[in-house]
Design a protein around this ligand. Structure first.
Ligand SMILES: [Zn+2]
Length: 297
């Protein structure tokens, strides 16, 4: 491609990708976003003050692992049990909020990595809850056996399916790329007489060791990421949440809890998160493509 054409194409691409944000995007690589999400080893385990987010949704996770309690008329839904060692911290957070851990009736997760779903077996043992997983998560989950405990799977759902408990219903949106079974959970909440769409982003991240260009183990990985960005953008989300709280800048919003408007209502922040991850994926893809071309010389 001619140099001028290349410039023109990149200008066009920038104009198509979220016009408002294109100029302001810092150049973050997948490794930067990975570090941002995971934080320090201490942050993975350190309890973050449990708090009310909106309507019937509460934060019960650590400084860098996103876990949520959704209360309903028939008990609670727990999203993300995290590492097995995190489960006692989740229980403590639930109790500090004034709820009972044993009232959790359904356990679901963001994706089949240990930092989000390893605690399923222990949390089920402590609550008797039903573990609902997505079909594409099964392979990864059956390999996840803390203390040799088999991973509990009580019900399998698919892309677009609903999970209902009492008066609450969540919709499973398959958003693969990060893993095959990466799920973004959607629900609608009400505050001040208005409805808001909430999505708990499964993950948009490219881990530092991921092969995007010419990956024989998953030739469709780039396509998966791109379809997930498109799907999430189309959801028109008001309240973004995520499997790592940095995905929705919880630490910035937390001090503003109680102010109006609710700081967790952040459509722009949601679009930014998709755009910054998409840019990082494209930068890494280009890096790997160039490296392969140089090697072939
Ligand atoms: Zn992950």
């Amino acid at each position: 491609m001619k140099f001028q054409n290349r410039i023109l194409l990149s200008l066009l691409t920038a104009a198509i990708i979220t016009p408002v944000l294109a100029q302001q995007l810092p150049r973050l690589m997948p490794d930067d976003l990975f570090r941002r999400n995971i934080g320090t080893p201490e942050q993975l385990d350190k309890q973050f003050p449990p708090h009310h987010i909106i309507d019937n949704i509460y934060y019960i996770g650590t400084e860098s692992l996103g876990s949520f309690l959704i209360t309903t008329s028939a008990g609670h839904i727990l999203v993300n049990t995290d590492y097995e060692r995190t489960v006692p911290t989740l229980k403590k957070s639930v109790e500090q909020l004034g709820f009972k851990f044993e009232d959790i009736k359904i356990i679901i997760g963001s994706h089949e990595h240990a930092d989000h779903m390893e605690g399923d077996a222990l949390a089920k043992q402590m609550t008797g809850a039903k573990v609902v997983v997505v079909a594409e998560q099964v392979k990864g989950l059956t390999a996840m056996k803390p203390g040799d405990k088999p991973h509990p799977i009580d019900e399998i759902v698919h892309d677009g399916d609903k999970v209902t408990l009492g008066d609450e219903t969540l919709i499973a949106h398959l958003t693969p790329g990060h893993t095959d079974g990466c799920i973004s959970w959607e629900l609608t909440v009400r505050e001040g007489g208005k409805d808001y769409k909430v999505v708990i982003i499964g993950s948009l991240g490219v881990n530092p060791n991921y092969q995007l260009y010419n990956n024989p183990a998953n030739p469709k990985i780039v396509e998966q990421y791109r379809s997930s960005y498109a799907k999430l953008r189309a959801l028109a989300v008001d309240v973004p949440l995520g499997s790592h709280p940095a995905m929705y800048r919880m630490q910035d919003k937390y001090p503003r809890i109680g102010q109006s408007p609710n700081p967790f209502i952040d459509h722009e922040g949601y679009l930014y998160e998709i755009a910054i991850n998409e840019q990082a994926m494209n930068l890494r893809l280009e890096e790997q493509r160039l490296a392969a071309a140089n090697q072939a010389k």
